[in-house]
Design a protein around this ligand. Structure first.
Ligand SMILES: Cc1cc2nc3c(=O)[nH]c(=O)nc-3n(C[C@H](O)[C@H](O)[C@H](O)COP(=O)(O)OP(=O)(O)OC[C@H]3O[C@@H](n4cnc5c(N)ncnc54)[C@H](O)[C@@H]3O)c2cc1C
Length: 205
């Protein structure tokens, strides 16, 4: 898609994924294009192992608009509303209500994991950095999206409010500034907050 659909918001970026506690790269890493293990000198302070590869990085707001255009071009229609129950007359219903499934199904096993990112002007990064963890918790990542840089991120289990949390943003900035000191002085251009849905056996990404 990066090559064939320039309006999809997908681009291929090289970058580093690194762990603070592993001693060897993640098992999947060797299969990734452009894979190689990082030399210790390539890793930021506090990271024990890292590996480089090339991956598609997606600008999600752009990508979702692209998908909408394709869906409509294929004859689909979109109507927006709040569904209170499954329509008995519909032959097929795909329920993709995310966290809303907790009430809609209802399925009390579905719980929120709040995520917050910060947006700053991109000071010139052309590669990504992503912290690897084996569970979903506060991590450090820097994703260049053209003129802006996304800084991450949080994973607050059980929390579902979407107001900007200044303390979370400050921790994100502090962690990312250890990777690239220029970030310490860049004003926030915005914050992106989303609520992942999780349930036992199927955690949020
Ligand atoms: C900060 C953050 C970073 C993330 N980063 C990544 C990443 O790098 N890679 C990755 O793969 N994933 C990532 N994720 C996870 C990814 O965003 C989710 O997996 C994805 O959004 C799930 O999509 P979905 O359509 O299933 O559910 P959702 O995006 O949760 O959408 C559900 C929709 O259903 C609607 N809805 C709910 N109830 C009803 C109802 N009764 N009637 C009508 N509509 C209803 C809601 O309003 C919502 O629009 C991230 C999430 C967060 C929060």
């Amino acid at each position: 898609m990066a090559a064939t659909s320039p309006d999809a918001g997908v681009r291929l970026l090289d970058g580093i994924e690194a762990s603070r506690d592993r001693t060897t790269p993640a098992e999947y890493a060797a299969a990734l294009p452009g894979y190689r293990r990082c030399a210790p000198s390539e890793l930021p302070t506090g990271f024990t192992v890292g590996w480089r590869y090339r991956a598609p990085v997606v600008d999600i707001p752009v990508y979702l608009k692209y998908l909408q255009r394709r869906f409509k071009a294929a004859g689909g229609t979109i109507s927006i509303g709040y569904a209170r129950r499954l329509a008995a007359a519909a032959p097929v219903v795909v329920n993709c209500t995310g966290l809303g499934a907790a009430k809609f199904v209802p399925d009390p096993a579905v719980t929120p994991i709040r995520g917050q990112l910060a947006v700053v002007a991109n000071p010139g990064l052309t590669e990504f950095f992503a912290e690897h963890t084996d569970d979903l918790r506060e991590v450090t990542y820097l994703l260049p999206q053209g003129p802006v840089l996304l800084l991450g991120g949080s994973a607050e289990h059980g929390r579902a409010d979407v107001a900007e949390d200044a303390a979370v943003a400050a921790r994100i900035r502090a962690r990312c500034a250890l990777i690239d000191p220029r970030i310490a002085d860049l004003p926030f251009l915005g914050h992106r907050i989303g609520i992942r849905s999780a349930r036992p056996g199927a955690g949020g990404a």
